[in-house]
Design a protein around this ligand. Sequence first.
Ligand code: GCB
Length: 588
Amino acid sequence: MLYPIENRVREVKNLSGIWNFKIDKNNSGISERWYEAPLKDAVLMAVPSSYNDLVTDASEREHVGYVWYETSFIIPAGWEGRRIVIRFGSAAHHAVCWINGQEILRHKGGFLPFEAEITEIVEASEEKEFRLTVALSNVLDWTCLPSGEVVTKEGKGYPEGYHYQDTFFDFYNYSGIHRPVKLYTTPKRYIEDIVITTSLNQEMTRAEVVCRITGTDKIKKIQILDENGLAAAESTDTAETVTLTVENPKLWNPGKAYLYRLRVEGEEDSYTETFGIRSVKVTDKEFLINGKPFYFKGFGKHEDSEIHGRGMDLALNVKDFNLLKWMGANSFRTSHYPYSEELLMMADREGFVIIDEAPAVGMCFWQEKKVFDGTRVNEKTLEHHLDTLKDMYSRDKNHPCVVMWSVANEADTSEDGAVPYFKKVIDTMRSLDNTRPVTMVHTMWPSADKVSQWLDVICLNRYFGWYSDHGHTEVIKEQVTGEMKEWYEKYHRPMIMTEYGADTIPGLHKMPAVAFSEEFQCEFLKEYHKAFDELDFMVGEQVWAFADFQTKQGLNRIDGNKKGVFTRNRQPKMAAWLLRERWTREKG
Ligand code: GCB
């Protein structure tokens, strides 16, 4: 799947803006065929955004099931004879879309794009307005990623029909059309996809760029352009797969990005894809980018902010990147779902290194309940997981910033049922892409884990001194060291601490430090760092979390998770300076 672009033969119309919106209180809209006529009693809603924090009524914020979106558009006269596609950047979690009452697509999954060709059902005419209706459900069950359960309670003490959406992950189940909705055109014969794979010779003086171009158009010419627009290589080979050679390539490096463009000219269509030339390799103790050891310094993040919820926010992305640079961070993980394409494009340009994570989170009850014994995760979950990996790969494959895939966060990999499940998941990821390492992020302890033999890097989340021995920073160093060594001795893989952090109330100061104070967050992080600095197989540290974020309500969540080094509004806590001091020094 290619990102919609504009050029001589392609146009894009962004439908983002104020749409009509209606909560389907009884979830009866589909059976009552609301899509056949303009929505009645609709209110206004911003697209893209989550709707949850824009409404004023708690029952609307927490509504379980369908909400309806509606807008209208016209097709410009110049689009006559073009192929026309509608594309959603993402919508959480299940979408059904109609144009003038005719169904055009259905999609499951809240974090990746989906599209449908609509050439035959729209026409270019100034007088004709087309009504786009979207029914969007936020229900999560065990066939979804992330998974969830709708809980119903009956009997004494509960109002009739009482139910709510339960989730097993620590972020709010924001819902809505979260990323832009676009109409775009291509010529009738078109370029459907471009897969760019680069490899470098030993001396890094020559790059082979393999381009696989699919679609219905006949390709006439492909060209690699450097940042000055000069051709670095070109070919008129019309085969589906063409290999170009770039002599003395300028490499995409962390913090020092260099981007090439692949311009593909077909008989009718044309598309320009941005890419970078870099190599990624993993040894038993190192993560090498362009042959040099790379140490991940950064965070686990969320797409989350006040008002917008999970809605794409370009200003927020710019602010976050500036804060990351200020701190000397070089990387982040898209915990716990693939972030927007617009954000990855920025990371490509800024030279940020990204661990791209699938939305498989919450598959663990720390052995209180089984997950992989067929009662929860099931065949349909696996099928959807594999489809999601395919879609994630298909969207993100050409981004140089993406250096590793994470197929899941914190699954119970001690269960026997997890073994065939993750074997299939990891194998699928590898068969899609053999140029990037594959990881998954663990909460399991090393002696119990049964799947990491198939991973290239071991990523671990640990909260010693927080969820265990709460408040006791003095145990951290020994516990981190002991456990990291155990993992290393078992698997001999490089390791990244992908989460470590403590909830911190901004402005709460305590001397001596106690939990939740800014001083405590600093002391806590320092103890982890003492351990990291002595372990030669560690290839990174990513603090949990970049900024405070919203979660579901819970006794240990006072208006969300407060482990941010920045507040939700992106103001620094004391720990921001500590990390800046550490990460702007030579080695982390
Ligand atoms: C974790 C999860 C993350 C949570 C974090 C916490 O292990 O991966 O989603 O937010 O712990 O703060 O508890």
